[in-house]
Design a binder for this molecule. Structure first.
Ligand code: SF4
Length: 352
């Protein structure tokens, strides 16, 4: 497909979307705050997982000003389990700016949206086009997959210049009357038909007639992407310290990974039992029994935690709230503290 031919995709895409697009809660509104929230939640997270969080968040914080005024632990709690918590922290910083500078209403301007914390080109284009009908195309992995397959284009999609060129091309063809619909249509095609894993569903694709990769049977050769750096492995030893009624947790630092959330005691490295007992001597607890429990792994974008763990029983009512330890009743851990899903494997020990 020549660059000038891409405008041929517009009509078939819009027709297909009218009958086959996804019926999603955030598609029923033009409220920029709701569209913004959905786009932020959908980064790195599946649609099905987002739906419940979206409703719960909006019930608790229905406006930009509510988000701006919310307490940190409240927003982390509402985000708990979604991961990538910096998303909601940036969103709150942006909400504060929007409240101060735009009287609580997101600006109807792509460049102004782009200046807000946590809003990159994709999210700014999504909000601008869907909420404000500004003709700005979204470009992400889904869109680039569709476009490179259509044109059998073997350029590395990690190449910034190529992404800019594709953004310019899509900005030139996006229909001025329904830019949000076009963006949602290409998002849905990438998610449901021209899928990233496995064989794309070319037999139901509205663009099959135009697609060069489909004509050549080379769909799976695109997109071309230079390999990413392998994730860094971090070994961690986790200690579930409890007396049967209460479990020890502590607050993580206010910066860096999972900032400001709560964790069971942990330390870098995989400690054998002897080293674990020595480590416990540095804490204000008096272990009655230390036992190795199951291993766990959690994958972040750029790193993996490989966790080994010990269950540490202490006497009922013992344990000193020193060294930042909080002894929380097991039944209250989940309601009172934001605990990252990285510890999901230890859920039954933590009362979460
Ligand atoms: S025909 Fe197949 S490869 Fe081409 S855009 Fe459609 S789903 Fe993707």
């Amino acid at each position: 497909m020549k660059p000038t031919d891409y405008d041929k995709i517009v009509n078939p895409l819009l027709t297909w979307y009218a009958s086959s697009g996804r019926d999603l809660p955030w598609r029923k509104t033009k409220d920029p705050y709701r569209i913004w929230l959905s786009e932020i939640m959908l980064q790195q997270t599946r649609v099905e997982a987002v739906k419940g969080y979206y409703d719960r968040f909006l019930t608790a914080l229905p406006t930009v000003s509510d988000l701006a005024a919310a307490g940190e632990e409240n927003i982390l709690k509402l985000w708990e389990g979604l991961g990538y918590y910096s998303r909601v922290r940036y969103m709150q910083q942006a909400a504060i700016l929007v409240t101060e500078e735009y009287e609580g209403a997101l600006p109807a301007d792509y460049a102004a949206l782009l200046k807000l914390p946590g809003i990159g080109p994709y999210t700014a284009a999504a909000i601008a086009s869907i909420a404000f009908s500004i003709p700005k195309a979204v470009v992400d992995g889904n869109v680039l997959r569709v476009i490179t397959r259509l044109g059998e284009d073997g350029t590395d999609i990690a190449d910034a210049r190529f992404r800019r060129d594709m953004a310019d091309m899509l900005d030139a063809i996006i229909p001025g009357d329904v830019p949000g619909t076009f963006n949602q249509a290409i998002m849905d095609l990438g998610a449901m038909v021209c899928t990233p894993n496995g064989i794309p569903k070319c037999e139901i694709c509205p663009l099959a007639r135009l697609c060069k990769a489909h004509a050549s049977g080379t769909e799976l050769s695109y997109p071309v992407k230079s390999s990413l750096k392998p994730r860094k492995i971090e070994k961690i030893t986790v200690f579930i310290i409890h007396d049967g009624e209460r479990v020890a947790i502590r607050k993580r630092p206010n910066h860096g990974l999972l900032a400001g959330m709560y964790e069971p005691v942990q330390t870098p490295g995989h400690l054998n039992e002897k080293a674990a007992v020595i480590f416990l001597e540095s804490l204000p607890v008096d272990p009655l029994h230390v036992e190795r429990i199951e291993n766990a792994k959690h994958i972040f974008t750029h790193k993996e935690w490989h966790m080994i763990a010990y269950e540490v029983k202490i006497a009922a009512g013992s344990g000193d709230a020193a060294a930042g330890l909080i002894f929380t009743p097991l039944k209250e851990t989940v309601s009172a503290y934001p605990i990252p899903s990285a510890y999901a494997s230890y859920r039954r020990y933590l009362g979460i």
